[in-house]
Design a protein. Structure first.
Length: 232
């Protein structure tokens, strides 16, 4: 299925790895968007200086909301709620507010993949070996080899070698460990998108079931349980 992948993000001046990942996204976009072989099939856009004004355009236009942080390693946010409120189906891990969204929209109206927080802890305690996982998944290894050899940065072939080394050596966020489940979930998304009536039904049920996440309900609960102030 044709895809447009939209990325946005910011990084503090001292956050070397995050800045390098942002640069990588732009380098990959430059290669893919100029390749006639995939024109009309995949496009990548990185939106700089993401803010509310841009969100007002991007969020309602999105069909799929990717909330893919490793389970147990990301605080609950509100971006996933905004997308779901505006009709996008969520593909994500059981992390942060994704758990609550699944509980309210129902497991049939969200695409969940990957390890639970407990499984992440168990795998790490059991001696996780990312190198073995990567080398067993040829499609993942091929992409990492391309990144590490300068396919996306021909003027500086070693630009992303450090990122690749981190994945092979430790992969703290277990990107490789969840990759197979992520790829399988994306195939589910493709199959669902090919049936517009099913997709639309799930999108409508998803949006209708998001009322619990409204600002009105949230503020009333904060006032009652946290701030202990009376409501008008």
């Amino acid at each position: 299925m044709p895809r447009v992948k939209i990325f946005a993000g910011k990084a503090a001046a001292s956050y070397w790895q995050a800045k390098l990942i942002i640069r990588l996204i732009n380098d990959v976009a430059r290669v893919i968007n100029a390749d006639p072989a995939v024109r009309g099939l995949i496009k990548i856009a990185f939106v700089p200086n993401y803010n509310v004004s841009l969100a007002e355009v991007i969020v309602p236009a999105a069909d799929l909301s990717e909330q893919i942080s490793t389970a147990g390693m990301e605080a609950s946010g509100t971006a996933n709620m905004k997308f779901a409120h505006n009709g996008a189906l969520t593909i994500g891990t059981l992390d942060g507010a994704n758990v609550e969204i699944r509980d309210h929209v129902g497991p049939d109206n969200i695409v969940i993949f990957g390890m639970t927080a407990e499984e992440v802890a168990q795998r790490r305690a059991g001696g996780y070996n990312p190198r073995a996982v990567i080398e067993a998944r040829h499609e993942l290894k091929d992409v990492l080899d391309m990144m590490g050899s300068g396919v996306f940065s021909p003027g500086e072939p070693d630009r992303y070698k450090g990122l690749i080394d981190i994945l092979y050596a430790s992969d703290w966020f277990m990107v490789a460990a969840d990759f197979a489940a992520y790829a399988k979930a994306q195939r589910q998304v493709d199959a669902l998108w090919s049936e517009p009536s099913r997709w639309n039904e799930k999108a409508i049920r998803n949006t209708a079931s998001m009322a619990w996440f409204s600002a009105d309900r949230t503020i009333r609960e904060y006032a009652r349980e946290i701030w202990t102030v009376p409501s008008m």
